[in-house]
Design a binder for this molecule. Structure first.
Ligand SMILES: [Zn+2]
Length: 443
């Protein structure tokens, strides 16, 4: 869910792009090695619930499915309850049931659920979690309907820019949800689904709210699409203030750190402020970078650099901590252990700061046909950006709003393109990206 101005399904419309059209899609001479395990690192099939039935026949081994707004959190939970990865799917148990290695006879496409609140919908939350409220200082919970309405309007006037004055637009906006109650319900979802991620979260400077539904449009909308998306509506001039988007993002980053979950992050026209916002949460926890002299003093084979708080084997009372289990993600930190920059649209140069050795989160970068090949500028920079991502941190996704053949074709296209740019043969390339996906999900 990344680009707003293209016909790529993020607005709820069926996805279509020149690359995705089955008639114009390049024909390949060789068959794609789906049997090695191919994964979609970011998609939105719950926007088209009828497409969920196709999970039974998909070639992909697993999809990471994102929630974005009030209307899809329970749908992601519902799909995960039936199709979610389980402990036996985990590569931690490297057995026949691993989602990477499992025997073909046992496989159907699994989902990795992700619960999060997208920046496009951030205005629908009011920040009751901090002292610098971006909303008016009153709590609508005990309010009468008049004060409730006044609160609602005051909230939207505070978080939208320019300040909306049109009463019909303002009256179309839903009562805002307290950020704290969204975080509390997300925490419950994370408890129910131990492998769930947090996503889709992020920042977007380009986004503008759609216009309100006109009475005629509302009655003709496609009932098969999950409500809340744009669905072809014209855009209003209103944007969500960056400070408010940051507050919503920060609350979810804190939850990810506390619960040790990976996050899938959207960044559009906000690459600098996105880095700064995320980096602020690991301030004081950067990895120590050793000087050459210090490196020489370390015995051969020892870690060259490590997080300062990971080095500490004792708790504050001097008791020895439980030894860390391999592959288990540390909890209780203020920053997420793993971060995927999904459909990354920044420059290769901007990536450097994310891969600085002091960064304590593991950074992954994911690419989609829908977004990264959806514009001329995206196509032009893709090759340089793919080259700039370390081989063990690259992922592939569809970012589409339905599961099925179309999404798989687009996934395959990007798998092939990444392998070509990286100079990988298809089979080892698919294995590498599959291993990266498992590292991202499970740590
Ligand atoms: Zn998305």
């Amino acid at each position: 869910m990344c680009q707003q101005h293209q016909n790529q399904g993020h607005d709820g419309a069926p996805a279509a792009s020149p690359q995705s059209d089955t008639n114009t899609r390049p024909r390949y001479n060789d068959s794609f090695p789906w049997h090695l395990g191919a994964f979609d690192a970011h998609c939105h099939p719950t926007d088209t619930m009828s497409s969920i039935a196709s999970l039974a026949t998909l070639n992909a081994r697993a999809l990471a499915i994102m929630a974005t707004r009030s209307q899809d959190q329970h749908l992601v939970a519902q799909v995960a309850a039936e199709h979610g990865v389980s402990d036996s799917d985990s590569p931690l148990n490297h057995g026949d049931d691993s989602i990477l290695d499992g025997p073909a006879s046992k496989r159907t496409c699994r989902v990795v659920p992700a619960f999060g609140w997208h920046p496009w919908f951030s205005y629908q939350l009011y920040d009751d979690t901090a002292s610098n409220h971006s909303s008016p200082n009153s709590n609508p919970d005990n309010a009468t309907s008049t004060t409730e309405d006044a609160f609602r309007i005051a909230h939207y006037k505070a978080v939208l820019s320019p300040t909306p004055k049109d009463p019909s637009f303002l009256s179309s906006l839903p009562p805002p949800t307290p950020l704290s109650s969204f975080i509390a319900s997300t925490r419950k979802h994370l408890t129910s689904f131990p492998h769930a991620l947090i996503g889709e979260i992020g920042l977007d400077k380009g986004f503008r709210l759609p216009q309100q539904w006109l009475p005629d449009d509302a009655s003709s909308r496609d009932e098969g699409l999950t409500p809340g998306g744009r669905e072809g509506r014209l855009l209003s001039p209103y944007r969500v203030q960056m400070q408010h988007q940051q507050a919503v993002l920060q609350a979810q980053l804190r939850l990810a750190g506390e619960t040790g979950r990976a996050v899938s992050v959207h960044g559009v026209q906000a690459h600098g402020v996105l880095y700064d916002t995320i980096a602020a949460c690991w301030k004081g926890h950067e990895k120590k970078i050793l000087s050459r002299r210090e490196k020489k003093q370390i015995a051969p084979g020892a870690e060259e650099s490590s997080s300062s708080d990971d080095d500490d084997n004792e708790d504050e009372n001097g008791n020895e901590k439980e030894p860390k289990q391999k592959n288990k993600t540390a909890r209780g930190k203020p920053f997420p252990p793993r971060i995927c920059l999904h459909s990354y649209s920044g420059s290769a140069d901007t990536l450097k700061q994310w891969f600085h050795p002091a960064v304590p989160s593991q950074i992954f970068v994911s690419f989609s046909t829908a977004v990264n090949l959806g514009t001329d500028s995206g196509r032009a920079k893709l090759e340089g950006v793919v080259r700039a991502v370390p081989d063990d941190r690259i992922l592939v996704e569809s970012d589409l709003h339905m599961a099925g053949e179309e999404a798989e074709a687009m996934l395959e296209d990007m798998y092939r393109l990444v392998c070509e740019i990286k100079g990988w043969d298809l089979e080892p390339g698919v294995r590498t990206i599959g291993k990266n996906f498992q590292d991202f999900i499970y740590g």
